[in-house]
Write a protein that binds this ligand. Structure first.
Ligand code: GAP
Length: 462
């Protein structure tokens, strides 16, 4: 990893902690690997990400409806889906310091094409061939055990009171889409949808990820935003191309530079996939998967029909044709999108006088706080009262923050660091002329706007 890029990642991690975007889980207990908490601004950004995704995937689409299925499901679902047998990553252990590593990632780092979809034998062959080049990330030695497939499903004792639940575990879901497949018939029978149609869902998923690295890029508790689209078999690949284009455009609409995105076609397909592409984003540690867009064929519905004994055939109401719909999906993690948007937005800008400002140039719709309202001085009650009046008039429609700490310059820097598009200052002139100063985050230009016109002015900006 280039030094400059490591530097950017460290700066983003530090900003996230300093400004309350992301905290390591259970920090006062020394942390809990690969689990993170969203702080006050992080929770706002994550909420805005969910909302914009929902808007694109449900609100703007007359052919897609929403769902919120439970995290816990019948354990047979995970057998039917193939996860109990095949949802695994290749794990090896350093014989010297016992650090567990993901072999496909270590191979990838030395430029050898490998992934979690390869068989144990394929991975071990590559491990042996490259054994002189692969170093333990902790102790630097070159001596590893054979790679073994390690299942990523997280087990639980829900509903099992026998004291030995490991024999018949229930699972915390490994992906949200299984909840969609098992509700496909319910949605079909209870709503106006007809094939082709989609079901979208946002929710938590859990994976026993082997390596805990790269901040919120790969976590053991994650939140997925997934949309599963049910098509006529012969239309699957046409719909797949449309979905790929739609998801690509989403990132451009979110202000991501096209040069920071690329498609990666999977050579080794997971057990369910017919064709699979990732949208990769150029994170500070290089191009990595941001979102998966997969053509899953009839695998999912066929498996669930087989394991449940319930027919999941679709009867076309016009042609009377009966078939198992094929599925295409789009799947992305909230945390991963969060990190991509922060990376894209993070800037250090040189100011006149030699200072530097850190600014998050987030699209306005994603900014955690839309408008910050300041009284010029906090010890002047008439300024504070007027600023509170302005704040109260805006807060119903804009996420606002009232800030009277430190001098105005410091408040601007703080708001820049969290990406607030507009800062409104009430000064002594405001008491005379009924106007405030509005400062734009990106241009840093300031404008005097009458308080009476402020609401309309800001509405026009968003
Ligand atoms: N239903 C298909 C599915 O789950 P996936 O490629 O395993 O496919 C889809 O995951 C997306 O979920 C990824 O592109 C990524 O955005 C997110 N994701 C997966 N594992 C993750 C993890 N451990 N931490 C954060 N995000 C993750």
């Amino acid at each position: 990893m280039a030094e400059k890029q490591v530097d950017v990642m460290e700066k983003i991690v530090s900003l996230c902690k300093r400004r309350g975007f992301v905290f390591p889980s259970s920090e006062i207990y020394g942390g809990f690997a690969a689990v993170y908490d969203f702080g006050p601004y992080g929770v706002e950004l994550a909420k805005n990400i969910r909302e914009i995704w929902w808007k694109y995937m449900v609100q703007l689409r007359e052919d897609i409806v929403g769902l919120d299925s439970a995290i816990f499901m019948h354990p047979k679902i995970w057998e039917a889906s193939g996860h109990v047998a095949g949802f695994s990553d290749p794990l090896a252990e350093c014989k010297n310091c016992h650090t567990r590593v993901r072999v496909d990632h270590l191979l990838e780092e030395i430029g050898v094409l490998a992934d979690e979809k390869m068989t144990e034998a394929q991975i071990n062959m590559l491990l042996v061939e490259n054994k002189e080049k692969i170093l333990c990330p902790k102790c630097g030695k070159r001596d590893f055990t054979e790679a073994k497939s390690f299942n990523l499903l997280v087990q639980s004792n829900l509903g099992n009171f026998t004291g030995d639940w490991t024999k018949e575990p229930t699972y915390l879901r490994g992906e949200t889409c299984q909840g969609i497949y098992v509700n496909y018939k319910n949605v079909l029978d209870s709503s106006r949808v007809k094939v082709p149609f989609g079901i979208a869902q946002i929710g938590k998923a859990f994976r026993n990820e082997i390596t805990a690295r790269q901040f919120i890029f790969r976590t053991r508790e994650l939140e997925q935003m997934e949309m599963q689209y049910f098509t006529k078999p012969e239309m699957e690949m046409d719909e797949y191309e449309k979905l790929r284009a739609y998801r690509w455009q989403f990132y451009l609409d979110m202000g991501i530079k096209e040069g920071h995105l690329r498609w990666h076609k999977h050579e080794n397909l997971v057990f369910y996939a017919k064709e699979a592409y990732d949208i990769e984003y150029e994170f500070p540690f290089g191009f990595k998967e941001l979102e998966g867009v997969h053509a899953r064929g009839d695998y999912d519905l066929t498996q669930h029909a087989k394991f449940s004994g319930v027919s999941l055939d679709y009867l076309d109401p016009v042609s009377n044709e009966k078939y198992v719909p094929h599925i295409i999906e789009s799947s992305v993690g909230v945390g991963r999108m969060f990190l991509a948007f922060l990376t894209e937005a993070y800037r250090e800008e040189a100011l006149e006088g030699g200072d530097t400002r850190i600014v998050l140039k987030l699209p306005k719709k994603l900014a955690p706080v839309k408008v910050a309202v300041f009284p010029l001085m906090k010890n002047k009650p008439e300024l504070v009262a007027k600023a509170k009046e302005v704040f109260d008039a805006l807060k119903g429609d804009f996420m606002c923050e009232f800030d009277d700490n430190g001098n105005v310059g410091k408040r601007y820097r703080r708001q820049d660091e969290i990406g607030t598009p507009y800062c409104v200052t009430v000064d002594f002139d405001s008491l005379e002329d009924g106007a405030v100063t509005v400062r734009d985050r990106d241009s840093m230009q300031q404008e005097r706007i009458k308080i009476d016109a402020l609401y309309g002015y800001l509405q026009g900006k968003f």
